[in-house]
Ligand binder design. Structure first.
Ligand code: NDP
Length: 242
């Protein structure tokens, strides 16, 4: 296992859920962590909790210039970017017949374009250095579809395709990892407006769910591999999820 100490790790979607939980673990392992998301109050609180090895940059991943700024500010403060994790995502799911087109657009902008803008911002830096590690969070919804989650699933299939192609292009020097979580406790889905989804998944609260820590452990496993090992895909489901 490679030492995580002093690695500079950028996490988008770090203001809550999986990203925030992983940031807490990484700081304990001695990493320098850069927290990115939109909600400044949440980021500020977390950065204060984590101490001097953490910083935050208010970032909307659907804005390309925000990702460029995130990488620039990270390099200004910590000198390099060793690991960049495209983790931000939203899941306002609905059935196609409901026509929630604005929410489809938001998912495409955040879940797909956000990942592309992240890659675009950090890749030149990593290629110049001849090393680096880019991760993204897809989903079990990026491997199989379920009625009601079509657009979300489509964005997460896209993440898989983008990351796999990136891996093929940069496999000589850059590590590329895609994580596919199953149901995990977090704020995800707080923005669901669809009445059909709410009634179709009325037992959502009772579904088996993993702790965020399960995903953190998987990400830390990928990051802590020896220099010549690139972990490409990790799928995690809570027992009971089909
Ligand atoms: P949360 O809702 O707790 O976290 C989502 C994070 O994304 C928040 O920090 C949010 O911060 C951030 N975010 C949303 N929109 C933007 C934006 N435009 N720009 C920057 N940041 C943004 O859920 P999770 O922790 O569960 O989600 C993390 C990832 O895991 C997502 O990609 C999700 O799709 C994926 N996932 C989660 C699963 C689950 O069951 N929980 C299962 C499979 C995949 P803010 O609002 O402050 O911007």
């Amino acid at each position: 296992m490679e030492n995580i100490e002093n690695k500079v790790i950028v996490i988008t979607g770090a203001s809550s859920g999986i990203g925030a939980a992983t940031a807490r673990k990484l700081i304990k392992l001695g990493a320098k962590v850069v927290l990115a998301a939109r909600r400044e109050d949440q980021l500020k609180l977390l950065a204060e909790e984590l101490g001097e090895n953490a910083m935050y940059v208010v970032t909307d991943v659907s804005k390309r210039s925000d990702l460029d700024n995130l990488v620039r500010q990270t390099i200004d403060r910590f000198g390099d970017v060793d690991v960049f994790w495209n983790n931000a995502g939203i899941m306002p799911v609905s059935f196609f017949e409901e026509g929630h087109v604005e929410e489809w657009d938001q998912m495409i902008d955040i879940n797909i374009k956000g990942v592309l803008y992240g890659i675009n911002a950090v890749l030149p830096h990593m290629l110049r250095r001849g090393q680096g590690h880019i991760l993204a969070t897809s989903s079990v919804g990026g491997i199989k579809t379920t009625p009601g989650i079509g657009v979300y699933s489509g964005t997460k299939f896209a993440v898989k395709a983008i990351m796999e192609t990136l891996r093929e292009e940069v496999a000589r020097t850059i590590k590329v990892t895609t994580v596919f979580p199953g149901a995990t406790k977090s704020e995800l889905g707080h923005d669901i407006t669809s009445p059909m989804i709410k009634s179709a998944f009325s037992n959502l609260q009772n579904m088996p769910k993993m702790e965020e820590e399960a995903i953190s452990n998987a990400v830390i496993y990928a990051i802590s591999q020896p220099g010549n090992i690139s972990v490409n895909e990790i799928v995690l489901r809570p027992l009971g999820q089909t």
